[in-house]
Design a binder for this molecule. Structure first.
Ligand SMILES: C[S@@+](CC[C@H](N)C(=O)[O-])C[C@H]1O[C@@H](n2cnc3c(N)ncnc32)[C@H](O)[C@@H]1O
Length: 266
């Protein structure tokens, strides 16, 4: 229902207005909680509200404390597969640094940390406000500014979820290029549990194994959503010479469907 309504709004050319109204509504809704967080955490530097809203949810506590929990959760998934020290770690599509800002404290300062995004405003904010991480801007399409076989770990949390089919192919191949042999790639996608967000006819297409795209804004934006059936994503990874170490299908927690997790090895 929500997707159908969004499609009508988009067809009427009202996507930007919808976005502005929704942002204003979220700001109002979260005002008390967010002010409380700021009062209790005066030393936490926060990105502009719109950056948090556009990449996540406009909730300071979820952005900062939740971001730290996500960074720990991520490292718990990764650490079993890592043998070496002095790692090079990239957050591909880092947004305003929700996860990468915590990693040096969690994983150790002896590693090299990088973040990149195609949105120059996020990259610029991160460069000015986050220590111990080097941030680089990339374009919507590859390449990344990294040498072949140069990174031990790459993670992309909710990035393929905003890309077209063509970009799926280009990016998985680019991630393969920059990852070291035996390096680990950690990705999330909109899998089976997310399909409930789609209209019935798109659910049928999803069930046939086809990638579904709902574009309410330009590619890369959160209002451009891609839904990846398991078979589609598995084939994409395998065709690009990734070994699938683990696929964790998303669960529904508190009525909220979570993204699928893919842990891949080169
Ligand atoms: C839903 S947000 C997630 C941000 C961050 N990974 C997090 O979990 O907080 C998606 C992010 O992907 C970025 N993005 C989209 N397409 C990209 C691309 N081709 N290359 C790099 N970043 C991209 C967007 O700018 C945005 O920051």
């Amino acid at each position: 229902m929500k997707t159908v309504l969004k499609k009508i709004i988009f067809k009427l050319g009202m996507a930007s207005l919808f976005e502005k109204l929704n942002f204003a509504k979220e700001k109002m809704r979260m005002k008390k909680e967010n002010n409380k967080f700021k009062k209790e955490n005066p030393n936490v530097i926060l990105p502009p509200d719109f950056y948090i809203y556009e990449t996540f949810t406009l909730d300071y506590k979820k952005y900062y404390s939740g971001g730290k929990e996500t960074a720990k959760w991520l490292w718990n998934h990764l650490k079993d597969y890592i043998n070496s020290k002095n790692l090079s770690i990239l957050d591909w599509g880092c947004g305003p640094g929700r996860i990468i800002r915590h990693l040096p404290d969690i994983v150790g300062r002896n590693n090299k940390y990088y973040g990149c995004d195609y949105n120059k405003r996020y990259v610029s904010w991160c460069q000015k406000n986050i220590d111990n991480v080097m941030f680089k801007k990339n374009e919507l399409a590859p390449p990344l500014d990294f040498d072949d076989n140069s990174l031990d770990i790459i993670y992309g949390i909710s990035i393929f979820t905003h890309l077209s089919e063509k970009m799926h192919h280009l990016w998985i191949s680019e991630l393969q290029r920059v990852l070291k042999k035996e390096g680990i790639l950690f990705l999330t996608t909109h899998g089976e549990v997310m399909k409930q967000k789609l209209p019935k006819e798109e659910q049928k297409e999803f069930d046939k194994g086809n990638l579904i795209i709902n574009s309410f804004k330009k590619e890369g934006n959160r209002l451009f959503a891609a839904y990846q059936p398991c078979a589609f994503f598995r084939e994409l990874c395998e065709q690009n010479n990734f070994k699938i170490i683990k696929h964790i299908p998303g669960e529904v927690i508190n009525n909220k469907p979570l993204q699928d997790v893919w842990i891949l090895c080169k």
